[in-house]
Design a protein around this ligand. Structure first.
Ligand SMILES: *Cc1c(COP(=O)(O)O)cnc(C)c1O
Length: 328
């Protein structure tokens, strides 16, 4: 009855429903054959979550909007790169919640906004540009002070919405996956792109609460494995607290982060991510981006070729989105 318990624990936390249906769960037999994978290959299509062009950030946004509402907020403030998927989803969530949205973006203001930056404008978000990553937090604090002085009630959504509350969206997603699987066995391994840690922490917690032996492997988009692992461990303690469980509930859960697919850096393609993007598109009509999902898929392909999945029956690629970035 672990599943029911998990569902009722999460059901106590307020969430704004942004999507009315589960993301698809697809088989990827042609990609599987192309990479010589022995186990079956499933893809959890969060790229096709039916809200604001989708992606994993949709799962977190529902919880953060509800939290902001409960705090009496009327404006969401968040940050990211100019092409942040998280900022776009936050702007979309604010729009349907009837809230304002202010985005602090690090990078050059684009002469003509494209992709996520274009959607931010269409969604009505105010965008402030700062030069460097480390300028983002002070700029968000300043914006919050400014809005407060004008009588508004801002709520700051931290980078990637990777708070324990936001990560609950991914805890719930494990239940969604199990419902879709029906009686079929859970995947032995889940591979996904990892960056601010909320997705991985939520999936690990969700698998544990559902008593699954599933190994969750996060392929880092930028951070060194040690730093990301520590963040995930902290988030796991926070997730336990959000669910009313002892903070040490997830202690001892293995955290697998692989930072060897980053290449030259965040957002820069590698030979392996190019191959992954071509294979995904040409075999399955799936689109992956070079910041996150193509590198994660490159990791899955490398593991498959190295025989690291040979003992598994089912491998699942959790597609976290990012396709909008292809139009940047
Ligand atoms: C943000 C993002 C990730 C990483 O998720 P985290 O919860 O920040 O680790 C992966 N893929 C895509 C497409 C993203 O936008």
């Amino acid at each position: 009855m672990a599943s029911l318990d998990t569902a009722s624990l999460i059901a106590r936390v307020p969430v704004e429903a942004l999507v009315s249906s589960a993301s698809p769960l697809d088989e990827a037999p042609r990609l599987r054959a192309a990479i010589g994978l022995r186990p079956s290959l499933l893809v959890k299509r969060d790229d096709a979550l039916a809200f604001g062009f989708g992606g994993n950030k949709v799962r977190k946004a529902g919880y953060l909007v509800a939290q902001a509402r409960a705090a009496g907020a009327d404006t969401l403030i968040t940050c990211g790169g100019v092409q942040s998927n998280h900022a776009r989803v936050t702007a979309a969530a604010a729009a349907v919640a009837g809230m304002g949205c202010l985005i602090v973006a690090n990078g050059e203001p684009p002469p003509r906004p494209t992709a996520n930056a274009l959607l931010d404008v269409l969604l009505g978000a105010e965008i402030r540009y700062v030069a460097r990553r480390e300028d983002r937090e002070p700029a968000m604090d300043e914006a919050a002070r400014e809005l407060t002085a004008r009588g508004r009630r801002p709520f700051v959504v931290p980078l990637g919405a990777s708070t324990p509350r936001g990560a609950l969206g991914l805890v719930a997603a494990v239940g969604e996956l199990l419902d879709q699987l029906g009686g079929r066995p859970a995947p032995d391994v889940i591979v996904h792109a990892s960056s601010s840690g909320g997705t991985q922490a939520g999936l690990i917690a969700g698998c544990h609460l559902h008593a699954l032996a599933t190994r969750v492997v996060g392929i880092s988009a930028d951070e060194p494995a040690g730093i990301l692992t520590r963040r995930i461990v902290d988030l796991l303690a926070g997730i336990a607290a959000e669910l009313g469980l002892p903070r040490d509930r997830f202690d001892g859960q293995a955290v697998h982060v692989d930072d060897t697919f980053v290449g030259e850096g965040y957002g820069l393609p590698t030979d392996a991510s190019r191959e992954a993007a071509h294979l995904a598109a040409r075999r399955e009509a799936l689109f992956v981006d070079h910041t996150y999902t193509a590198k994660a898929l490159a990791g899955l392909i490398a593991y498959a070729r190295a025989g690291r999945f040979d003992a598994a029956r089912t491998v699942l690629f959790w597609h976290t989105g990012g396709q909008v970035g292809l139009f940047a």
